[in-house]
Design a protein around this ligand. Structure first.
Ligand SMILES: [Zn+2]
Ligand SMILES: [Zn+2]
Length: 357
């Protein structure tokens, strides 16, 4: 098999070859049909997250071991089953086309037993802590992480594994989804996915914030009720003016997660409002404490999604169709070029690699 791996942090991914693995135990081997290139792959390749104030969170300290094959938005075709995956009635067979839930926990802790693998303290996520889909093949530890995609196009289904479930998980944290406008900060791949799912989940309306006019235009086309330039000095005032009675937002979903976006997002809240932070751009936020209780504000983090949320998302897609997010495909060998374009902010929607093409 061929795979593109982080061998040295900060360097381009390296193409390596290895014997194609034979699945053991409950493992399932997939031939990769589609692997989405996600913004967080840039951080994984760099080897750290920016914590603000000159501090960094090293991924090596969090358990990432090199070399590792990136790629956590994967669809594949089942090509081999481990002995237990075959014997147990797990519902996958050779030839099935499946989405792999990459957010895999240890499988034995309390969080994993609840199905909250995304809250496990020793995650084995595909494309982060174990080899992912920038490769001709992917080994998945258990069939329970596989979801049949039926006749959905693999390149359109793949982004559900990260950008889909991440925004679904964030939207589920908003109790006022159907009754109040939601503010979505960031109109890149994640933002357009969030906007599309917001509509499918019966969201009231969306105010989308981005510093890039091209991305704001894309959000407008995708159905945003309003767009705001997040870089404008009065961005907060503009957002508040667009909410009911100009009083502020009940919910802000920040898909950027920078010092600047957090400032705008948090400052736009109404009394009782909720700021949900998803993006991992990096930075920090200083807030005064008394207004948090006095204005009953909530600051909540949201990390990818649980097994339940992945299942619900697949059911939503089955019932209401795929989120209409612009998707372009590229050959596996172009992965470094695609990542450079993503780093330069030149990609609208998602680029998905097609290793089997
Ligand atoms: Zn991702
Ligand atoms: Zn666990």
């Amino acid at each position: 098999m061929r795979m593109f791996q982080v061998c040295v942090c900060g360097q381009p991914l390296q193409c390596n070859e290895a014997p194609t693995p034979e699945p053991k135990g409950t493992e399932v081997l997939l031939k990769t049909l589609a692997a989405g290139v996600c913004h967080s792959d840039l951080h994984l390749a760099d080897g750290y997250f920016d914590l603000g104030g000159g501090k960094k969170m090293s991924l090596a300290d969090r358990g990432m071991k090199l070399p590792v094959t990136l790629g956590h938005e994967n669809v594949g075709e089942v090509v081999a089953l481990g002995p237990q995956a075959k014997s147990a009635n797990l519902g996958v067979k050779i030839g099935d086309r499946v989405l792999a839930d990459p957010w895999i926990g240890c499988g034995t802790c309390a969080a994993c037993l609840r199905g909250d693998d995304n809250l496990c303290r020793s995650m084995r996520s595909l494309g982060v802590f174990s080899n992912g889909g920038y490769a001709t093949h992917i080994l998945v530890p258990h069939a329970k992480y596989l979801f049949a995609i039926g006749d959905l196009p693999p390149e359109r289904a793949a982004p559900l594994a990260c950008s889909g479930v991440t925004t679904y998980g964030a939207l589920k944290k908003v109790p006022t989804l159907a009754s109040e406008p939601a503010v979505i900060i960031g109109a890149g791949g994640l933002g357009l996915m969030c906007l599309a799912l917001h509509q499918k989940m019966g969201g009231h309306s969306a105010i989308v914030v981005d510093v890039d006019p091209v991305k704001r235009e894309a959000a407008k086309k995708a159905g945003a009720a309003h767009v705001v330039d997040g870089g404008a000095p009065d961005a907060t005032q503009q957002i508040m003016k667009l909410t009911k009675e100009g009083a502020g937002a009940w919910a802000v979903i920040d898909l950027v997660g920078s010092s600047a976006s957090a400032r705008v997002g948090y400052d736009s809240l109404i009394k009782g409002g909720k700021y949900v932070i998803v993006g991992l751009y990096g930075g920090d936020l200083t807030v005064s404490l008394p207004p948090i209780p006095m204005r009953a504000l909530t600051i909540q983090g949201s990390y990818v999604g649980s097994q339940h949320e992945m299942k619900e998302l697949m059911e939503l897609v089955r019932a209401k169709g795929l989120p209409d997010v612009p998707v372009a495909t590229a050959p596996l060998d172009d992965v470094n070029k695609v990542m450079d374009r993503l780093r330069a902010g030149k990609i609208v929607g998602r680029v998905v690699l097609t290793p089997a093409a």
